[in-house]
Design a protein. Sequence first.
Length: 146
Amino acid sequence: MSNADIYHEMIVDYSRNPINYGKIEDHDVTFHDSNPLCGDSIDIDMKIDNDKISDIKFHGKGCAICMACSSVLTEIAKGKNIDEVRNISKNDVLGELGLEHLQAVRIKCALLSLKVLKSALYSYLGKHLKNSDDVDKLKEEAASLY
Ligand SMILES: [Zn+2]
């Protein structure tokens, strides 16, 4: 099998059996966003303890790429501290699934969950941080993803 086949199979697998799929009822922060172009619609719930993402789940519906990237992203973010999660880049997510050269139309499918995650973090930090520069920076990051 070529790499492209392997990545394709991973995406199909994740879309059928997404990881970290579900809700966290007693979440510390939740955020929703959608990608109207494709119909992807994702919520991310997080538990944050001592600046660490102790649990993260997503729910909603999306195409195979969206579901696969949400699975991969939540796996990357789980157990990390806020600063590490802030530094998760597009390519950390895209690279896991061989999607670095995705067409522009599908990029939104792939990066919706990262946008939701960063938006969730700034909404959390906005309530818990004194330094509003940090929050502004994070907002810019979320807005400039695609
Ligand atoms: Zn999509």
